[in-house]
Design a protein around this ligand. Sequence first.
Ligand SMILES: Cc1cc2nc3c(=O)[nH]c(=O)nc-3n(C[C@H](O)[C@H](O)[C@H](O)COP(=O)(O)O)c2cc1C
Length: 365
Amino acid sequence: MIPNERPPGSPFLRPIRIGALLLPGNLFLAPLAGITDLPFRTVTRPMGCVLAFTEMVSASGLIVRDGGSMRYIATNGEDRPLGVQLFGSKPEILREAVRRVTGEIDAALIDFNMGCPARKVLKSGSGAAILKDPAGAARILEALRGATPLPLTVKIRSGWSRLAKNHLEIGRIAESSGVDAVTLHPRTADQGFAGAAAWEDIGELKANLSIPVIGSGDILGPADAERMFSKTGCDAVMIGRGALGNPWIFARIREHLETGRHAPPPAGPERLPVLLDHFEKTLAFYGEKRGIRNFRKHLAWYSRGLHGGAAFRRRAFLLDDRNTLLAEMEGFFGASLEAPPSEPPGAVVEAQDPPEITPSWERKA
Ligand SMILES: Cc1cc2nc3c(=O)[nH]c(=O)nc-3n(C[C@H](O)[C@H](O)[C@H](O)COP(=O)(O)O)c2cc1C
């Protein structure tokens, strides 16, 4: 046996039940605004992503069928099972949005956002602002619970600020309101993305709730997933930034947990068919012009750390025609034989690589 190999099977990979929904595994794709659209979700699924989420969708936008909201919830048969994430603050509007999702979309579950720290979201009393008012949170969760028979989950942060951490209180409220699982990204709202995620908060929540707890935060590679499972006892893990330009992360986590092996991320030529599939799906979804613009950020992530990546991006970002861009991608990734850094978005990347992804609200701040 190779020294780091272990007997097959993993104590961490297992089916998980969320309300009536039985999922065959416990590696999930996190909701990411501007990123987890239908094309990206369907690219991650064959890699072993068991459950994927839409980005947060405004409940009021959904009710008036605003174009952006309808695009966020667009789905198809390859996009199963799907968690639709809503945000809002008014119980009556949320109730109506949940009814629409339940009746009109083939959603496997509805997730409610109580963690977003974006100014625009906070201004309407939504997202992480709800953490400041536990009684209000209970009213909202009870309204949501009453409006749908679908499994209902909630995604939270550890609290509003370091002096007002209340993930346990909010978790208990969720459980007693009939919520079927809680996801915790263990940073406080005022912390943004600074510092390390406080995984001990996930462990604390898990120890105190009987509904499943999903851990989110700082899983950038297979070893991180293993550490989160073992340190927190969480029931499932959610991968966000670690999946950018790196949908293989799900398969690599699975392999690592099952065998102990630590395979490097695929090199350029292996990346090519996946990113071309992603590219074609993006153009089919948004149309050529908008699709090409939208795909640039993914191209930046896919090429991160590859030799000549900065020059490739400079060339590729000037192209707005499908066939020329295709030829450029085939030429670059087809010849790019070395593996990218093992834990994107790792520290060891060439100087001009794209910076680590930061949500737009953080960049403005
Ligand atoms: C660009 C970006 C967009 C995000 N959008 C959402 C969102 O729409 N809804 C949500 O609940 N969390 C959102 N998050 C938070 C992630 O779901 C996740 O909890 C967080 O990034 C920590 O996990 P990670 O370290 O694996 O990225 C976003 C994060 C980033 C970086």
